[in-house]
Design a protein around this ligand. Structure first.
Ligand code: PEP
Length: 241
C-alpha cells in the first residue's frame, strides 16, 4: 500500500525535523507492503534523501522539465538532475500543472524521459467538475491515459494516481460507489499494463475510514494532510489496519 505525500510548495529545512515521527513509525511498522514516499519541493530533495537514507521511506519530486538533456530552460530541472540528488519517483501530469498548460503530449514526453533517467512515475489523471457533470469522466480518463502513456514500452515504472480535479484541496471526496466504479474502469482497461492505482484528493483523517473500504485501490496521494506528520501517520494507520 502506497502513501505518497505531495508537499506542493511547502516546507523548509526546519520542516524536515518534524519527519522524525514518521521515520520512527515506519521503523516500527510491521506491514512489509507499506510504502511511504515523500515528494517535497526540489529544494528539499537532497537533504530529505540524506535524512531518510537508513529508512524505507523514499523520496520523489513533483514535476520535471521534458528535456532529457541540459538546455537553456531558465528555472527548470530535468529528471536526470532529480535522480542525481536522490529522487526515486516523480509526480507527472498533476492537474495543477495541467491547468498551467501542460498537455497530454508534453506529459508523455516528460514520462518517457523520466523513465529513461531511472525514475518511477506517479502519473496523475482526473476529470474536472464540468467534465464529470457532462458525464465525460471515463472518456477523459481514457484520453489522458492513452495520450499520456503513448508508445511507452516500460510500463512497470508507472503508477497511476486518479485525482478528480474537483476533489483536490476541496475537502470533497467521491462517493464510495462512484470511486469503486472509476477505479474498476481504469483497472479493467489498463490493469495488465499499469497494475498500481492510487487515489488522491482531500484524503484526510476524517475520511480515511471511508477510503479504507475502497478495496481496489493500491494507496493514496496525499496533499495538504501530508504536511502534518501526525495526521499523515493517522491516515496510514486508519487505512492499513
Ligand atoms: C494533490 O494535490 O495531489 C492532493 C491530493 O491534494 P489534497 O490532498 O490537498 O487534496
Amino acid at each position: 500500500m502506497y502513501f505518497v505525500a505531495n508537499w506542493k510548495m511547502f516546507g523548509d529545512l526546519r520542516t524536515l525535523n518534524s519527519l522524525d515521527k514518521v521515520i520512527k513509525f515506519s521503523k516500527t511498522n510491521k506491514k512489509n507492503k507499506l510504502k511511504i514516499v515523500y515528494c517535497p519541493p526540489n529544494t528539499l530533495i537532497r537533504p530529505l534523501s540524506k535524512r531518510l537514507k537508513k529508512t524505507k521511506i523514499e523520496v520523489g519530486a513533483q514535476n520535471c522539465h521534458h528535456s532529457y538533456d541540459y538546455g537553456a530552460y531558465t528555472g527548470q530541472v530535468n529528471s536526470k538532475m532529480l535522480k542525481n540528488v536522490g529522487a526515486k519517483y516523480v509526480i507527472l501530469g498533476h492537474s495543477e500543472n495541467r491547468q498551467l498548460g501542460e498537455t497530454d503530449n508534453l506529459i508523455n514526453l516528460k514520462i518517457k524521459n523520466a523513465i529513461k533517467s531511472g525514475l518511477k512515475i506517479i502519473f496523475c489523471i482526473g476529470e474536472t467538475l464540468k467534465e464529470r457533470r457532462d458525464k465525460k469522466t471515463n472518456q477523459v480518463l481514457k484520453r489522458q491515459i492513452e495520450k499520456g502513456l503513448k508508445s511507452i514500452k516500460n510500463k512497470s515504472k508507472i503508477i497511476i494516481a486518479y485525482e478528480p480535479v474537483w476533489s483536490i484541496g476541496t475537502g470533497v471526496i467521491p462517493k464510495e460507489k462512484s470511486l469503486i466504479q472509476t477505479i474498476s474502469f481504469i483497472k479493467s482497461r489498463f490493469i495488465k499494463k499499469y497494475p498500481k492505482i492510487l487515489y488522491g484528493g482531500s484524503v484526510n483523517t476524517n475520511n480515511s475510514h471511508k477510503l479504507k473500504k475502497i478495496r481496489n485501490i493500491d494507496g493514496f496521494l496525499i496533499g495538504g494532510a501530508s504536511h502534518n506528520p501526525k495526521k499523515f501517520i493517522d491516515i496510514i494507520q486508519k487505512t492499513i489496519n
